[in-house]
Design a protein around this ligand. Sequence first.
Ligand code: NDP
Ligand code: 8X3
Length: 268
Amino acid sequence: MNASIPPAEAGHASIILITGATAGFGEATARRFAAEGWRVIITGRRRDRLEVLKRELEGLHGTIEGGTVVHALRFDVRNRQEVARAIAALPAEWSAIDVLVNNAGLALGLAAFPEGDPDDWDTMIDTNVKGLLYVSKAVVPGMVARGSGHLINIGSIAGKDAYAKGNVYCATKHAVDGLSKAMRIDLLPPGIKVTHVAPGAVETEFSRVRFHGDRERAEQAYAGFTPLTGKDVAVVVFFAATQPPHVCLNDIVVTPTAQANSTTIFRK
Ligand code: NDP
Ligand code: 8X3
């Protein structure tokens, strides 16, 4: 992977906004891009985590072009007004976002359809689908005006094939796949790239959130095989973001070696 374009080649440090950068591969992606000299906008709901990560990355990578290397924005992707206000209020030096990583998302519960909890369904649909739309709607007009930009939408292997008891989570990730295809068509004229990244099992806070804090159940999800890490996904996102202007990686499925598809994991 040596095709990366140093941000300096564009004449200024590129800016990336990552939703859900307080944990998991959003956080790993923020670390990776900051280390590569990008200016990084980290977002999420947990203000304390945003502040700690901002301080850490500034300590590690200092300032860039006389300004700070990290900007933190607290918002809930489900709240359309909050999203629009936060993006509109970005200081001028942070407003020309080159890459948007739509990563914030979650699964809640693992239940056959008749036993599913409609509150969990609402949260997954509001976060994984509507949240992605709201953030994109706030960021894309600037990209269109500048005639360049890149959306990297984090879907899932669960958006390629459904699995038992995954029903609504799988549906939201199928929606991310479908939206990525549709956005790619609509955003051809202004030259905006759209990449869909569909990871398999990655050990993050994902399963703890899914099982409402049950650590033992969460750990079982990764028993008997080596899952991906947040860093593994960050490598893929970085590779996609640093291709030359005429190259767009459309759809990337990345799984642990022990995983063939959404239903088949070889556990020792
Ligand atoms: P984590 O639980 O570790 O991180 C999720 C991130 O999303 C957190 O930063 C959280 O921040 C943020 N988030 C959740 N809800 C909201 C919200 N309403 N508003 C703003 N931010 C929100 O999970 P992962 O890193 O594993 O997951 C990241 C993405 O990858 C998700 O879209 C997930 O569906 C997808 N995915 C995960 C896989 C896995 O196996 N782990 C595999 C394939 C895809 P905060 O709580 O501070 O708001
Ligand atoms: C998250 C991983 O196993 O639910 O998308 O598909 S899984």
